[in-house]
Design a protein. Sequence first.
Length: 321
Amino acid sequence: MTTPQTHGCGAGRSRLVEEIEEILRRRLGWNEIMMSNIMWRFIDVNVEEFLSRGINPHMWLYALNGLSAEDPYWLGVYYGDLYVRWQGRSATIVLHTTNTIDAIYFMILMRTIATPSVELIWSRNQLSVYYRVTLERWPWHDVDPNIISSFSISDVLKFFVGLLDTDGSIDVTYIKQRNRKGEFKRRLEVRIFACKQKECADFLYYIRDVIYEKLGIEGDVLLRKEDSELRYMGRHGAELLKYIRQYIAHPLKRLRSEIYLKYYDGELNWREFDHLYIPLKYDSNIHSDPKRGKAVEILTRAAPQTHTHGDKIKPKHKPKN
């Protein structure tokens, strides 16, 4: 019988995964910190260099510690990049990616509520990793988004970060205007992306207003032909980042946040900031950037327990020769 715990792969499969993970922890020293180390090394980030400057690249793991499905962070994920298939009150939730960092982040995020099944599926000439979890009850079923305005400040921040981690970005742009020292300015940009339909834009306006009401921080909604976005630029972005940093669980976004705030607070000069930030940028050449399109490869290196899924880890719908 197929159950949410076995995913159709045989009774006790989840228990088997947990037992194997425990053996790896005890005998081989495998744990989530090691997985994080392998991930950073894979994308050419020197963990020791960050640690020597008082920046822990593994802080994203602590943001996920103790997270449950009832946490407003998951409501943000739901409005971001989460697919949900309803079956009465139960739900099958799905996250998928082709990118390196998201492959690790999504897996550990899913494991905060249940052990996910893993599938590799060909789509548009790319191999994507799909994580699936079936829950008897999804706490955010039929939730009116207007409830967000009644959240406490901390719950609003958790919701916002869930949305940011899955459907947003934290970037720094270099602008030509120079500061008093003659240095080019480095401007922080915190963005939430949405579709171009009116209801998407209205939702972003609503989130902007809630953030302003709770924190007094101003944001802008930008409407384009292809999509819309809520953005916090410069000082407003830095002010928001100081509130939300502790909840950011996406590895790359968390590390970018940590180094930018040290730069913003004067703990890093611009040369030190650039040295740390440049390896965290996406390369314009998607084929040479280890952060793009390497989801399967990083899983085989950093998360060996995924092999226990047997046929679930085999690609489906492989393209014809």
